[in-house]
Ligand binder design. Structure first.
Ligand code: AKG
Ligand code: FE2
Length: 283
């Protein structure tokens, strides 16, 4: 699939591309059913399944999904990198429907480098993804955001500054775009001045289930506060590098136009020892 002139213009002008109704309700329901099933059977999952629980609270921690208490599902969490183990996720995020579009935007071969399943809004402050995962070649990274249910003003919709991808990337004292927390006040000053100078205005995306948003690695974005903490906002975020940037890797193909980085799961801070039958029985 090639993109229309209007779509290329939207991307160049705004730093994102919105694909309305890209996936059907049926296709999305399958993913939601998969997540429900994983929660139900998580104790049997291996150490490839890693989750951040109680995010943005004092109790925030990264654990194996097998060890997550059920109560962690009622608050914001990030289920990491399901693409590593689940073909259903790979097909959705870099399968034959989406991969050609990612390829057209990246002008190189897309390779998934991480994925995050959210059940609630992320409430993440405005940021550039290049704070965390700059591509070896600048601008050879994009993210996709798939609405697994409708976003509303109450459930912490995604928010971003159209056109912010044109702001020259802020260089921290390390000489890179990777965030140095102590330098955030200086960053904030820089970015506020740039936003003001360019007259940029934040927009909030009331996405509908099945919509897909693709953003440029330099789009300034975040998750707005959840006004009603009982309301979920299921979504799937995926970040992509390009095969060309990793010539030594041989990433497995998902379709003719897309691949994924086969790598270890995110490290968990403690040693994982699945309980043996004795411990399970007695403690
Ligand atoms: O879904 C959100 O609220 C934002 C997530 C995000 O910015 C990211 O994963 O890079
Ligand atoms: Fe982000």
């Amino acid at each position: 699939m090639s993109l229309s002139k209007e779509q290329h213009k939207e991307w160049d002008d705004n730093g994102y591309l919105l694909l309305k109704n890209f996936y059907s309700a049926d296709e999305i329901d399958k993913i939601n059913i998969l997540i429900d099933g994983l929660w139900k059977n998580r104790k049997k999952l291996d150490s490839q399944y890693v989750i951040d629980i109680f995010v943005e609270t004092e109790q925030e921690r990264r654990v194996y999904f097998a060890d997550a208490p059920l109560a962690a599902r009622d608050q914001p969490y990030k289920l990491n990198d399901l693409y590593l183990s689940r073909d259903e996720i790979r097909q959705l995020v870099v399968g034959e429907r989406l991969a050609p579009i990612l390829k057209a935007l990246l002008q190189d071969f897309p390779m998934v480098c991480n994925s995050l399943n959210f059940e609630f809004g992320s409430q993440q402050d405005y940021h550039f993804d290049t704070f965390y995962m700059p591509s070896p070649t600048p601008n050879k990274m994009v993210a996709s955001w798939i609405a697994l249910e409708n976003a509303t003003p109450e459930n912490g919709p995604l928010s971003y500054y159209p056109g912010s991808h044109k702001i020259p990337p802020y260089q921290f004292s390390s000489g890179s775009t990777i965030v140095v927390n102590d330098e955030m006040p200086a960053f904030r000053e820089y970015i506020d001045a740039e936003i003001e100078k360019r007259g940029l205005q934040a927009e909030t995306l009331l996405a509908e289930k099945g919509d897909v948003l693709i953003w440029h690695s330099q789009l300034f974005h975040g998750g707005s506060p959840i006004k009603d903490k009982t309301k979920t906002r299921k979504s799937l975020v995926t970040h992509y590098f390009t095969n060309e940037d990793f010539p030594d890797l041989e990433p497995p193909l998902v379709c003719e136009h897309g691949s994924y980085m086969a790598r270890a799961a995110q490290p968990v801070a403690y040693e994982y020892k699945p309980k043996n039958w004795l411990q399970r029985a007695f403690g």
